[in-house]
Design a protein around this ligand. Structure first.
Ligand code: ADP
Ligand code: MG
Length: 347
């Protein structure tokens, strides 16, 4: 759906990073059965490197001679692309490196970006191997668009780059707790949601955001220990069930969290659910989300805002914050959108 930049001319050369441990641990078989021949027939010359451990992909792209490749493609879940994007942005030539077209072939248990790109292409909703094959065709077409990134600032450490989501409360807890059901593939989130609903809790914190009402390129954020600027909205509630910031449409293969999100619209879709929601109402929200209908349920506890930046200051002593499904340091955090900072092969 984003603005098409160019099409890769055939034959094109890709670096294909395959995580054999992703999803149900069948990425190699999925590649052999569904992807290898398709790429060869489409004139996509690919060098396959299986990732051997966490951070392997990150180190590879940090050191790689990028002139060898027309694109870097990952076959895994969202986690491996997170490594690639952050690895590219850790390079001394990061401004150029992040212009490398990226691609994604879903073989993980969390394939939210692949599902989003597939959705923007106008294709009907699909899951697992059907989604993989369909994303394989999109890759072969080689159409490159810009994609937003969001920079995430924590109270310590360098800033991180995110392409999908930031979550706190219910969604973050489900994401991390459900890791133990990874062998179930995408069903892990359904099971995790049901388990978490049984022990639903309230998360205390302060939330503020800059509404996306005007174009604001090159936003400078104040340091985390300074108050937010005058034109920010400070959310009056401080008791939440969840906070979810989405920059693409899908939270998971079958969860359409932000139906009108686009690849490069410079918008963060901020959702939060206020404390006091019943278990059954929360369950109804997640069931409606399968069709992207949660905003039509008129749930009084759910708030949706389109924003450019946000700040979260959790007050509960312990908790989980995730960025693209990965745990980050728990504490104050701010996020700001960088419109069209990266490039993605999409439909
Ligand atoms: P999934 O959706 O199945 O979790 P991800 O792409 O999110 O798939 O991958 C999960 C994690 O696996 C990533 O953080 C990545 O660093 C790590 N990883 C990559 N290669 C390997 C490997 N060979 N063994 C174990 N973990 C790996
Ligand atoms: Mg977006």
């Amino acid at each position: 759906d984003g603005v098409l930049l160019h099409g890769l001319s055939r034959p094109f050369r890709i670096l294909l990073l395959v995580n054999p441990e992703s999803g149900k641990g069948q990425a190699r078989t999925l590649y052999k059965n569904h992807i290898q021949r398709m790429l060869n027939e489409a004139g996509v010359i690919h060098t396959l490197i299986p990732t051997e451990r966490q951070d392997h992909a990150r180190e590879l792209v940090k050191e790689a001679d990028l002139s060898l490749w027309d694109a870097i493609v990952i076959m895994s879940g969202d986690g491996l692309l997170y490594e690639v994007i952050n690895g590219l942005l850790e390079r001394s030539d990061c401004e150029e490196a992040i212009q490398t077209p990226l691609g994604i072939l879903p073989s993980g248990s969390g394939n939210a970006l692949a599902a989003s790109i597939h959705y923007y292409s106008g294709a009907p909703q699909m899951c697992s191997e059907d989604l993989l094959v369909s994303c394989g065709f999109l890759l072969c077409k080689g159409l490159v668009s810009r994609m937003d990134l969001v920079s995430i600032h924590l109270s310590s450490g360098p800033c991180l780059f995110s392409f999908l989501s930031m979550a706190w409360g219910f969604v973050a807890d489900v994401d991390i707790e459900s890791e133990k059901y990874r062998h179930l593939g995408a069903a892990r989130f359904t099971i995790g949601t049901l388990v978490r609903l049984a022990s639903l809790r309230v998360y205390k914190g302060k939330l503020a955001y800059l509404p996306a009402t005007r174009d604001s390129s090159d936003l400078q954020l104040p340091p985390l220990d300074q108050p937010v600027p005058e034109d920010w909205v400070v959310v009056p509630e401080e008791d939440f069930v969840l906070m979810l910031a989405m920059y693409q449409s899908h939270l998971a293969e079958d969860l359409l969290a932000a139906p009108d999100a686009q690849l490069d619209d410079g918008v963060i879709h901020l959702f939060y659910v206020k404390a006091g929601i019943s278990r059954s109402a929360l369950l109804r929200l997640f069931l409606a989300m399968e069709k992207g209908a949660h905003l039509d349920t008129n749930c009084q506890h759910l708030v949706h805002a389109k924003v450019r930046a946000l700040r979260l200051e959790p007050k509960s002593p312990e908790g989980i914050i995730t960025v693209d499904g990965e745990v980050v340091e728990y504490g104050p955090v701010q996020a700001v959108v960088q419109r069209g900072r990266s490039r993605m092969i999409s439909g």
